[in-house]
Design a binder for this molecule. Structure first.
Ligand SMILES: *[C@@H]1O[C@H](CO)[C@@H](O)[C@H](O)[C@H]1NC(C)=O
Ligand SMILES: *[C@@H]1O[C@H](CO)[C@@H](O)[C@H](O)[C@H]1NC(C)=O
Length: 243
């Protein structure tokens, strides 16, 4: 009897205190291999799997603790050289390894960002182009309650990227699109110094390039909410690269 009560109390405690951990499933819908990576914010312990290879049409699932704040992205054009050094054409960590181990990607890189159960069990998530673009991506809650809308940048921005923002492969093809802040490092493009408020850092033709093509994604530090993406009740999430 006592055991039964204790067991019930334990279950209730686990239920209330977030024993639920979100499962995030990452699918590569691109025609080429990608190397997804993840970074846990605030130097919390990193996830067991911080970087991995994902063949075309393959999926991998990761268990995310609750609460959790962090981001996902994917590297492209990776290879291992004769000395065992692993490098990628876009979104490299500079770690020379498939695992990122707490390092963030070198822009330009499309991002999916999460605040899982940050406030009262409510999740926030978005697609961000604040670090530029390297490949299309979407994020979709599975289950949950509330708006729980899918967000994405489903368009390949590389072919139409403005010339002065382009990152090119050795064969001349465009493989990434920088933000104007990264390309020019000027306060009016980075919203710093005299430009560090929404009034003094309005959208530019460069930030509008991203905004017009991917309106659901953040494209500037003072981007108006492209729709607040939120979901409650402990949903799982699906991230698709090249949706
Ligand atoms: C910021 O603006 C003030 C007033 O217009 C100007 O005097 C100052 O030089 C500016 N600072 C920079 C870094 O441009
Ligand atoms: C995968 O890409 C194809 C186009 O190549 C598209 O029709 C399909 O909807 C995509 N699947 C997902 C899960 O996004």
């Amino acid at each position: 009897m006592r055991t039964g009560i204790l067991f019930g109390l334990t279950l209730a405690f686990l239920f209330i205190h977030g024993a639920h951990s979100a499962t995030i499933t990452i699918t590569n819908n691109c025609s080429y291999t990608i190397w997804p990576g993840d970074l846990t914010a605030n130097q919390n312990p990193q996830l067991p799997n911080t970087g991995f290879e994902l063949a075309s049409l393959a999926s991998t699932s990761l268990d995310i603790p609750n609460p959790w704040t962090g981001r996902f992205w994917a590297r492209t054009g990776c290879s291992t050289d004769g000395s065992g050094k692993f490098t990628c054409a876009t979104a490299d960590y500079g770690s020379s390894q498939v695992s990122c181990n707490g390092k963030s990607a070198i822009p330009p890189t499309s991002l999916v960002e999460f605040d899982i159960a940050l406030i009262d069990g409510q999740d926030f998530y978005d697609v961000s182009l604040v670090d530029g673009f390297n490949l299309p991506v979407s994020v979709t809650p599975q289950g949950g309650s509330g708006p729980c809308k899918s967000s994405s940048c489903p368009v390949d921005l590389n072919p139409t990227c403005p010339t002065d923002l382009q990152v090119k492969a050795s064969d001349g093809s465009v493989i990434g699109c920088k933000t104007a802040c990264i390309a020019f490092n000027q306060p009016q493009h980075c919203c710093t110094g005299n430009y560090s408020s929404p009034e003094t850092c309005p959208p530019t033709s460069y930030s509008q390039f991203f905004k017009e093509r991917c309106p659901q994604a953040y494209s500037n530090a003072y981007d108006d909410q492209p729709g607040l993406f939120t979901c409650s009740g402990g949903p799982d999430y699906k991230i698709v690269f090249c949706p």
